[in-house]
Design a binder for this molecule. Structure first.
Ligand SMILES: NCc1[nH]cc(CCC(=O)O)c1CC(=O)O
Length: 292
């Protein structure tokens, strides 16, 4: 809902509309309905998009607001990503310790993201991963209740909920976030030219190019938002430096690489994905199926 409000505010500002011009329609996603198990274990795909796709396709709504990190790389034919909003803080935030190296020995780390678990175990093999799911407030409450010593959350999500002062943001030089982290996208029906044009007015070109590069890499890896992969686009003049790391889930192995991407070019991310898979050990490549 915080993301939808941000999208509404930006759309209304761009077109000079009152906030009442856009109605927010809450849709409960499958990923919200199941709270007690790690998402990766539920196995189903499209946990955050299935219901929204259906409502959009059937015309109950004219636009769907997504956290792009949760949007599968292969989208239904009838839908189009009409805008990527200016990207928020891309970083992961560590809560419960001031840095990864200062986490107490043997500490429990609450997360259900395979990427965060593997990346933490790579740096801190002494730590123990405990499953942490639910919204931001739930996770912070579980930390406060002593179910883990530390947890990791996206700075973007914390910021949108007004939790700005919590924890230590991790420098992307040593800790890379998830593909598309911090980016909000708005989809519409591909044949709805009017909605597409209105929404496209708030598209941010560099954020779009960055997110599309990260998604192109993920698609070529055959990865999902549950894959142990970290990827980030960094501005390099008019182009992008795309950095990526694949991990084995236990954090024992990793393979990393980077490439230069001219905005809109999907070939360079695909080539980086192929190169990473070619250099990956079996413990890593078992978690990626390659391009569809
Ligand atoms: N899968 C959960 C999810 N999807 C998007 C965000 C944060 C917001 C964003 O990255 O845009 C989060 C929570 C988290 O990772 O802490």
């Amino acid at each position: 809902m915080a993301q939808a409000r941000e999208a509404r505010t930006r759309l209304c500002a761009a077109h000079g509309w009152p906030e009442s011009a856009i109605e927010l329609v809450p849709v409960r996603a499958s990923g919200d309905k199941v709270q007690d198990r790690p998402l990766a274990e539920i196995g189903g795909k499209a946990l955050w998009t299935k219901e929204l796709d259906q409502w959009l396709g059937e015309g109950h709504i004219d636009g769907a607001v997504h956290s792009m990190k949760d949007v599968e790389t292969l989208r239904p034919d009838g839908l189009a990503i009409a805008a990527i909003l200016p990207r928020a803080d891309v970083r992961d935030v560590l809560i419960g310790a001031v840095s990864v190296s200062e986490i107490p020995r043997g500490a429990r780390v609450g997360t259900s993201a395979p990427r965060r678990a593997a990346q933490m175990l790579y740096h801190r093999p002494d730590c123990e991963i405990v499953t942490f799911r639910g919204n931001v407030a739930t996770r912070l409450a579980r930390l406060a209740a002593g179910e883990a010593e530390v947890t990791l959350l996206a700075a973007a999500g914390l910021g949108r909920l007004g939790e700005n002062g919590v924890g230590t943001p991790l420098d992307p030089d040593d800790w890379i976030p998830a593909p598309a982290q911090g980016a909000i996208g708005i989809e519409c029906r591909a044949d709805d030219a009017r909605a597409h044009a209105l929404i496209a007015a708030i598209d941010d070109g560099f954020s779009r190019a960055s997110v599309m590069a990260e998604r192109a890499l993920l698609a070529s890896l055959g990865g999902t938002c549950h894959s142990p992969v970290a990827a980030l686009s960094i501005r390099e003049g008019d182009a992008i430096r795309l950095r990526a790391i694949l991990f084995s889930p236990d954090g024992n192995e990793r393979v990393e690489g980077d490439c230069r991407v001219v905005p809109g070019d999907g070939a360079a991310p695909a080539a980086l994905a192929a190169d990473l898979l070619a250099r990956a050990t079996a413990g890593i490549s078992a978690h990626f199926v390659g391009p569809a």
